[in-house]
Design a protein around this ligand. Structure first.
Ligand code: NI
Ligand code: MN
Length: 225
C-alpha cells in the first residue's frame, strides 16, 4: 500500500488500483503544497465536518466523481451541495466495498460544518482489505473504545492525530498504539497551526523506545506501508 501525505490530516492510500483520499484540506492549509485541482480519488472518506477536514471536499468530489463516505449527516450535507455519489454511515459496520470492508468507530471529538450544519458523530475508520488492515482515527482524544479495534482486525498500520490541543498528543497516541496493538503509526494533525506544534524528534524517540515506529512523512511525500 502507498500512503501520500498532503499535510495536516489529509492523505491518500492507494492499493489494488484504487485511490482513497481522506479529509481533503488543501485550501486554507498553510502546510499544503499540492494543487487540489490535481488530486485524484476513487473514494473520499470524511472523518468529520470541521473545516480543516472538508475545505476541498465538494470541489474534489465533483471533479473526480469519487464515492464520498462519512456520517449520514455529512453525506446528506454533500447531497444538498450537489454531490450525488455518497454512502452515508455511522459507527458500526462492517460495510462491504469493492476494495474491502470498513467499520465506523468511535472518535471523541465534535463535528459541525463551517456553515454550522450538523456533521453527526465524528468517527474513525477501520479498513480490512485483502492487502492490509489499517485504522485512521480521525480527530479524537484517547479513548477506551480503541481497545475494541484488535477484536476486529490485526492492524498493519494506523494513522493517528498527534498534535494535541484538539486531539491526542504524542504521549496519548503512544497509549493508543498499545490499545490498538499496532507498532507502525503515521502521525497526522500536528504542526499545521501554533496550538498543535509538537517536538517531533522527541515523539519519534518516545515511540522508538517503546518498540514502535512513528512515521512522519513530509508534506507531498509518498511512503510504502
Ligand atoms: Ni476536528
Ligand atoms: Mn481537525
Amino acid at each position: 500500500m502507498k500512503l501520500t501525505f498532503y499535510g495536516h490530516a489529509t492523505f491518500s492510500v492507494e492499493f489494488g488500483g484504487k485511490k482513497i483520499l481522506f479529509d481533503p484540506f488543501f485550501t486554507g492549509n498553510p502546510a499544503a503544497t499540492t494543487d487540489p485541482a490535481t488530486v485524484e480519488a476513487d473514494y473520499i472518506f470524511v472523518s468529520h465536518a470541521h473545516g480543516d477536514h472538508v475545505s476541498d471536499l465538494v470541489s474534489i468530489a465533483k471533479r473526480t466523481g469519487a464515492l464520498c463516505v462519512g456520517a449520514a449527516e455529512v453525506t446528506g450535507w454533500l447531497n444538498s451541495h450537489g454531490v450525488e455519489k455518497t454512502h452515508g454511515m455511522n459507527h458500526g459496520g462492517p460495510i462491504p466495498f469493492d476494495f474491502g470492508s470498513v467499520r465506523g468507530v468511535n472518535a471523541v471529538h465534535s463535528s459541525s460544518f463551517p456553515d454550522g450544519a450538523n456533521g453527526g458523530n465524528p468517527m474513525g475508520f477501520l479498513f480490512t482489505t485483502p492487502e492490509k488492515n489499517f485504522y485512521y482515527a480521525g480527530d479524537t482524544a484517547l479513548n477506551m473504545d480503541m481497545q475494541l479495534i484488535p477484536l476486529w482486525a490485526k492492524l498493519d498500520f494506523a494513522v493517528l492525530p498527534i498534535g494535541g490541543n484538539f486531539t491526542m498528543d504524542p504521549t496519548d497516541a503512544l497509549f493508543a498504539a498499545d490499545f490498538i496493538k499496532c507498532n507502525k503509526v503515521v502521525g497526522v494533525h500536528y504542526d499545521t497551526f501554533p496550538p498543535i506544534k509538537i517536538d517531533t524528534e522527541k515523539a519519534k524517540a518516545d515511540f522508538a523506545s517503546a518498540g514502535k515506529a512513528l512515521l512522519l512523512p513530509a508534506v507531498g511525500e509518498t511512503i510504502e506501508l
